[in-house]
Design a protein around this ligand. Structure first.
Ligand code: ADP
Ligand code: MG
Length: 553
């Protein structure tokens, strides 16, 4: 039963450990933040499970994190009374990297320490950051609900393997003992530890208690939920530190919105836009996103249920004051109240994006670069907010190589007599630009949006008009630009063959292509090219047809 077994780290863990120790050395104090962050998450999880089973609290309902140092033994101990882990959970969570996007992450590493340190920061190193300062880590844990002989001890020197044994642990939760490396004893100094906690972990909602050699306890952090405090009392630094905790990110967020909404449902929402795309942006299973609390009690973390998929890059918390605490996650997802809160939070998220788009253009350009393709999904997904989302979209066009053109910009500079927003869809910018369909538009000086993202076909199949102007593909249906005057184009039109004159030719071509095309017509679309393919008004565009074919459909 009680044998000590030795297991190997997953290959990726070894690689990560090695890299981290070398490249994050200049930020070594982050291990404190990581371990406190994990302890706080463990407290959240316990509180949630205890909603249905109060016995999990045993005789310790007050959740805390304790930190103590032993200068003689050169150890730093971080202990919590949160949910803890069973043996299987230890194996799955400590010693493995379960994060989605891990493979992509390793593919991106360059070997350049400076660059890799940045990447590692984005990826999140969590528990393993202990090995930046420790040459041995002993983690002892017992899951809430298990009896005391079901404790588990995990120990490793961070070199490639770890040992695991079953032990007795009388208190619930997790204790992590860091055996500090030679030269890292600064973290055994009381003032140093306290300073790091105040700097990085002040926002943690449960007390972080420093225990000195005499056993005296002192709470070091503010220990209240940041989002529940008044906006005026929260500094920018505090908002940023909190983001790094909820967003599992090392970089500062780009922007945030913090609001208390009162009405049929009272709730507080604090949402952040990250400065870069997370590794799992395209992973449909990815979970991190927005956390739901009810009266400060953590309920769930599931981006999809709290935010629509097209806002899955948002991070933050929603704290509902009026939902019943003892509801299950399943029920919660179906209530009208939850729907109202969700709709309100979506509105806040769009407010934030609108504000950036209007007042911080450079930052909005970054948002668009990172999340534009995701946001575009919303046009087809969120009927109620379709126009707002369309208004947030930015495109390349024949007038701009950068994706900075909004539909409003486009409409604002439409030519006299022009009544539609024209676009062309293609696989690449080069293909879009060289489309023969654009010839007449160039000649007439009419701007055309160049749509080259995969999601664009989906976008235009849901967006028929914007601000009263219909959207039209340059490659579809009849095209009548006669109302848009332009000398150069008028001349070209005059020189073009009239339908009557070309009748015989058209008939011959029609005959030759009768199995390939529906119809052959004389067109005013072209200026330099002799012919082009046009789809019917209600047919699939040529680009979409090619895309589907490439996907085997
Ligand atoms: P992350 O926090 O991003 O998931 P970490 O490396 O920090 O990554 O932690 C990995 C996992 O180990 C956590 O998700 C959690 O399941 C588990 N874990 C770590 N620390 C604790 C703790 N103090 N109590 C309970 N579980 C923990
Ligand atoms: Mg963590």
């Amino acid at each position: 039963e009680n044998v000590k077994e030795t297991l190997g780290f997953q290959a990726e863990v070894k690689q990560l450990l090695h890299l981290m120790i070398h490249s994050l050395y200049s930020h070594k104090e982050i291990f404190v933040r990581e371990l406190c962050s994990n302890a706080a998450d463990a407290a959240d999880k316990l509180r949630f499970e205890a909603l249905n089973d109060g016995a999990l609290y045993e005789d310790q309902p007050e959740l805390k994190i304790w930190i103590s140092a032993d200068k003689e033994a050169k150890t730093l101990t971080i202990r919590d009374n949160g949910i803890g882990m069973n043996r299987q959970e230890v194996i799955e969570h400590i010693g493995t990297i379960a994060k989605s996007g891990t493979k992509e992450f390793f593919g991106k590493l360059t070997g350049d320490q400076q660059k890799d340190a940045q990447l590692i920061g984005q990826f999140g190193v969590g528990f393993y950051s202990s090995f930046i300062v420790a040459d041995k880590v002993t983690l002892t844990t017992r899951r809430a609900g298990l009896t005391q002989e079901h404790g588990v001890r995990w120990e490793s020197e961070g070199s490639g393997e770890y040992s695991l044994e079953t032990v007795d642990k009388d208190s619930r939760g997790t204790e992590i003992v860091l055996h500090m490396k030679e030269g890292e004893t600064e973290f055994l100094e009381e003032w140093r530890i306290k300073a790091v906690i105040r700097q990085y972990s002040d926002h943690i909602a449960i007390p972080i208690v420093f225990v000195n050699d005499k056993g005296e306890e002192e709470t070091v952090n503010k220990a209240n939920a940041l989002w529940a405090r008044s906006k005026n009392d929260i500094t920018e630094e505090e908002y940023k530190a909190f983001y790094q905790h909820v967003g599992h990110d090392y970089e500062d967020p780009l922007a945030w919105i913090h609001a208390r909404v009162e009405g049929r449902q009272d709730y507080t929402v604090l949402l952040y836009v990250p400065a870069h795309a997370p590794f799992d942006l395209w992973d449909r299973e990815a979970k991190t996103g927005v956390k739901l609390y009810v009266k400060r009690v953590f309920i769930m973390e599931d981006a999809r249920k709290l935010m629509p998929a097209y806002l899955r890059f948002m991070r933050g918390v929603i704290d509902a004051a009026d939902l019943p605490l003892n509801v299950s996650r399943e029920i919660l997802q179906q209530t009208k109240d939850m729907e109202m809160i969700r709709a309100g939070c979506v509105k806040k998220a769009l407010d934030l994006l609108d504000d950036l788009a209007e007042n911080r253009r450079d930052d909005y350009a970054k948002v668009w670069e990172n999340f534009g393709e995701v946001l575009k999904e919303g046009v087809g997904e969120d009927h109620a907010n379709k126009d707002r989302i369309a208004g947030l979209c930015r495109f390349r066009s024949t007038a701009s190589d950068e994706p900075t053109v909004s539909l409003a910009d486009y409409i604002g500079r439409m030519k006299e007599g022009q009544d539609k927003v024209y676009y062309v869809t293609a696989d690449s910018l080069a293909a879009a630009k060289s489309s023969p369909h654009l010839e007449i538009f160039r000649k007439k000086g009419i701007e055309v949006l160049l749509l080259t993202d995969r999601v664009d076909e989906w976008l235009v199949s849901h967006l028929f008009e914007f601000d009263g102007k219909s959207l039209a593909s340059v490659a579809k249906g009849d095209l009548d630009l006669s109302a848009v005057k332009s000398e150069a184009a008028d001349q070209a039109e005059e020189e073009a063959p009239k339908a009557e004159e070309a009748k015989a030719l058209v008939e011959r071509i029609q005959e030759a292509l009768k199995d390939e095309v529906k119809e052959v017509r004389v067109s005013s679309r072209l200026v330099d090219s002799p012919a082009c393919l046009v789809a019917g008004e209600h047919d699939m565009s040529g680009h979409l047809a090619r895309m589907l074919k490439a996907m085997g459909q």
